[in-house]
Design a binder for this molecule. Structure first.
Ligand code: CU
Length: 149
C-alpha cells in the first residue's frame, strides 16, 4: 500500500475501506508492513521533507540528503536517549549527546530505528543544531495492533 505526500490521506482511506467492507485494522495492518522511509533533503539552508511519516513498532529509515555546500546537523525530538539508532553515511557530533548527527556536504545520512509505542499520533520536530533555518517535522502514527486502541 503506497501513500505519497507528507501525510497519508486518512479520510479517503477510511471512506474506501468502508466501501470495500474493510475495517480500519486491515488498513493499518497493510500500512504497518515493510520499512517506512522518511526522506529529507537539505538545500540552500532549508530542509524539505519529501516523504514524511512512519508508524510505531515499524522499522524506519530517516534518509537525510545534504545537497548543500556545508555540513549540517540532524537531531529530532523522536530520539530519546535510550532509543537504539543505527547510523550510516554521517557521523555523531562529538560531545553533544547520543543523537546529534552530522552529515557532510553532498552526503546522505541514514538513520535506522524502530519508533516505540506512544500515546497518540505525534508530529516530531527535527532540526540542525548549527543552523536555525534548517528544521521541519514528520509524523509518527501510533500503531495500536489488532483489537487495540
Ligand atoms: Cu545546518
Amino acid at each position: 500500500m503506497k501513500m505519497g505526500g507528507f501525510l497519508p490521506n486518512v479520510s479517503v482511506s477510511l471512506a474506501v475501506g468502508a466501501v470495500l467492507g474493510l475495517g480500519l485494522v486491515t488498513l493499518a495492518v497493510q500500512a504497518a508492513e515493510g520499512t517506512k522511509k522518511i526522506e529529507i533533503v537539505i538545500k540552500a539552508g532549508e530542509a524539505k521533507v519529501i516523504t514524511g511519516y512512519t508508524i510505531t513498532g515499524t522499522p524506519t529509515e530517516i534518509v537525510v540528503r545534504n545537497e548543500d555546500t556545508i555540513t549540517h546537523g540532524f537531531n529530532s525530538s523522536l530520539f530519546t536517549p535510550a532509543l537504539k539508532v543505527e547510523m550510516s553515511g554521517g557521523s555523531l557530533a562529538p560531545g553533544k549527546g547520543p543523537h546529534v548527527y552530522r552529515v557532510d556536504a553532498g552526503k546522505t545520512l541514514v538513520l535506522k530505528f524502530t519508533p516505540p509505542s506512544q500515546e497518540e499520533n505525534s508530529s516530531m520536530a527535527f532540526w540542525c543544531d548549527m543552523h536555525r533555518s534548517v528544521k521541519g517535522e514528520f509524523l509518527v502514527l501510533e500503531w495500536k495492533g489488532p483489537g487495540g486502541g
